[in-house]
Design a protein around this ligand. Structure first.
Ligand code: PEP
Ligand code: MG
Length: 348
């Protein structure tokens, strides 16, 4: 039987009630617009995996869904979801968000998110020795055009019920965008033939999560309406760290100068080019990094809904001019100890 010491028990009860008070305090910020002290507005969006997650998103007062990881409809089942099933799921999210933007990411399977074959076994695509570098995300979709078209039609149909945007994962080549745009055109034509309505001006964005895309950003910007930085994969591919391998987890570092330089460069190039840019990887929901990202120019964060109000609280007490200066110093720092010192200063 568990029988904790009364002192330990009292300590945990105190911590629990403090956490409860903190949560209540944060809840009061739900309707407060997110802005830095000088009034610069910041968009706070939420990441979701299932349609029912929208309840938590609305509860956190999010401005929209910045990343709907649609692959969760496809995993742990023997068959693929058809157009109607997908349409219902996407429409449900679009309607629940009541006109707020909903960024639907097209299927990102492969690597750690493997589909199963009809017989329940792993698909041949996912048994390669190096799946993170293999037929994943947009590459997989372009290799399975009928499956991709089905998803694109379902997304387009849902766009009639809200402010839906399409986000393409793991783009590395411009021809991947060209091919996808052609398929979107084909999906639109199929819906026209069926007389089914959709948003004709639907916006298409790309995820910046492969260093090649960050380094050659202008060529991608010409083809897209918005960008979203997937820092989870960007770190993985920049540092050659398999996200799923515990043996190298200690080398996974969002503050590595190469990672920060790619994130900062993407935000700057996009902003200068007048293109909306968000961060939707874990970095966006990390309180330790909020001010650094603000200082680097980020104005759109998308994160797990449970982190949103704490991030908002941090933004509300941020002096933008101060963090801009410190963020530039972080970018120039050549020593990890100095980087951590500057980060502590940013967060003090
Ligand atoms: C990312 O890579 O940062 C991202 C948001 O996508 P996922 O974690 O689903 O790969
Ligand atoms: Mg990713």
């Amino acid at each position: 039987m568990v029988n904790p010491d009364p002192l330990v028990l009292a300590e945990y009860r105190l911590r629990q009630s403090q956490l409860g008070i903190e949560r209540q305090k944060l809840k009061r910020l739900k309707l407060t617009p997110a802005a830095t002290i000088d009034g610069t507005p910041v968009d706070l969006y939420a990441n979701i995996e299932l349609p029912q997650d929208t309840a938590e998103v609305l509860d956190a007062g999010a401005g929209g869904v910045g990343l709907f990881r649609t692959e969760f409809l496809f995993l742990n089942r023997k068959d693929l979801p058809g157009e109607e099933e997908q349409f219902e799921a996407y429409r449900q999210v679009a309607q629940a968000m009541q006109g707020r933007p909903v960024v639907l990411r097209t299927l990102d399977v492969g690597a750690d998110k493997g589909l199963t074959d009809g017989d329940g076994s792993g698909s041949e695509y996912h048994t390669k020795p190096n799946p993170a570098m293999g037929l994943r995300a947009i590459r997989f979709c372009l290799a399975e055009p009928q499956m991709f078209l089905t998803q694109l039609r379902a997304i387009l149909r849902a766009s009639h019920y809200g402010k839906v945007r399409i986000l393409l994962p793991m783009v590395a080549h411009v021809h991947e965008i060209d091919q996808t745009l052609a398929l979107i055109g084909q999906a639109k034509q199929q819906l026209d033939e069926r007389d089914q309505p959709y948003d004709r001006a639907i916006e298409i964005g790309g995820m910046i999560e492969i260093p090649a895309a960050a380094l050659a950003l202008p060529i991608f910007m010409r083809k897209l309406n918005f960008l979203s930085i997937g820092t989870n994969d960007l770190i993985q591919y920049t540092l050659a760290i398999d996200r799923t391998d515990d043996a190298v987890a200690h080398l996974y570092d969002p503050l590595h100068p190469a990672v920060l330089s790619l994130v900062a460069g993407t935000i700057q190039t996009a902003t200068r080019g007048g293109m909306p840019v968000a961060v939707c990887g874990e970095m966006a929901g990390d309180l330790q990094l909020t001010r650094l990202l603000l200082g680097l120019g980020l104005r759109n964060f998308s994160m797990h809904p449970s982190q949103l109000l704490a991030i908002k609280e941090r933004i509300l007490c941020t002096n933008l001019a101060e963090v801009q200066t410190l963020a530039q110093r972080v970018l120039r720092a050549s020593d990890p100890v100095k980087t951590r010192e500057l980060l502590a200063k940013l967060n003090s």
